[in-house]
Ligand binder design. Structure first.
Ligand SMILES: [Zn+2]
Length: 312
């Protein structure tokens, strides 16, 4: 190849690489489902169907992490989980009763037993993957528990189905349910807007953290929950990510990113892989870290203020 031509080829490769680097991707994952607990506005079946219909409409392949005690241990709930697999989504394991491995009252053996019991239920479903999502994203309060689970998952052929982009959608869902309990006709526009702005804020902040820690945009894996707020507004959430220029990829594609093979040295309670990494590197308090662990407090205060105004 002539010198000029080679330069041109290298320049082109550079352009392609930088375009690839700009294409931030994210996979959608939903924990704690399917839930059979009744709630406002929609039945459990309607909630499940609404999330699945949105994913289908938007052409998004996602993952459901089953907490079998929430419903999949009964025929009605198992049917809801099966619908995810039949629609082409991945099915992962999120224990039976959502134990906290960081609790001194929860033993390693007890936790492992729940992983196996959930596995016995979900392994019959289409879309079944040996993917384990730690409850509360907590990997154990002692080195014995942490390493015991890591060894167990390896022996069982399970992947640690990490989250990199953690959201507090559950907090918004709790608030939404309170609002609807107090007033079934409550104006939901403010909480919807704040939920979407929360997702945007977390997405941008975790993207920055990824660039700081890995020097690049990793394929993000986002945590959401199988709940009413996503049954209502997942469509808007997906549209917002696309409007931000993000590409939505299937979870298996995101997990192919080598970052998900890492195991940060320190147990870090209740956090995403990126925060866990930051802490294992001694970067516990970087710019903006408070907004990643505030459970949506800022938005809740905004809602309180809005409600206060309305009541005057
Ligand atoms: Zn969970």
């Amino acid at each position: 190849m002539g010198r000029l031509l080679r330069h041109a080829a290298l320049a082109l490769a550079g352009v392609v690489l930088s375009l690839a680097a700009q294409a931030q991707s994210v996979a959608f994952t939903f924990d704690d489902g399917p839930r059979l607990a009744p709630g406002p506005l929609l039945t459990p079946e309607q909630r499940n169907a609404a999330i699945l219909a949105t994913l289908k409409k938007q052409g998004v392949q996602a993952a459901l992490f089953v907490t079998s005690g929430n419903g999949a241990d009964r025929p009605a709930g198992l049917a809801l989980a099966r619908a995810w697999g039949e629609a082409g989504h991945a099915i992962g394991n999120h224990t039976v009763t959502h134990l906290d491995l960081n609790s001194a009252k929860v033993s390693l053996a007890q936790y492992q037993q729940e992983v196996l019991a959930c596995d016995a239920i979900i392994r019959t479903l289409p879309g079944y993957q040996k993917w384990f999502r730690y409850t509360f994203l907590r990997e154990g309060n002692t080195p014995d528990k942490r390493d015991g689970m890591r060894n167990f998952l390896r022996e069982q052929g399970y992947r640690n189905a990490y989250v990199s982009l953690d959201t507090s959608d559950w907090r918004f869902d709790e608030r939404l349910q309170e609002m609807l309990a107090a007033d079934p006709k409550a104006d939901l526009a403010p909480i919807k807007a704040l939920y979407l702005s929360h997702l945007r804020q977390r997405a941008l902040a975790y993207r920055v953290l990824s660039q700081q820690l890995q020097g690049r945009d990793i394929a993000q894996v986002m945590l959401m929950h199988h709940n009413l707020i996503n049954a209502l507004w997942l469509d808007d959430a997906i549209a917002q990510f696309r409007a931000m220029g993000w590409t939505i990829v299937p979870p298996a594609q995101a997990y192919a990113d080598p970052v998900y093979q890492l195991m940060p040295d320190r147990p870090a309670a209740g956090q995403s892989l990126l925060l866990s990494m930051a802490r294992s590197l001694g970067l516990g308090k970087f710019d903006g870290w408070e907004r990643l662990v505030d459970d949506g407090d800022v938005e809740m205060q905004q809602l309180d203020r809005a409600a206060g105004k309305l009541s005057k």
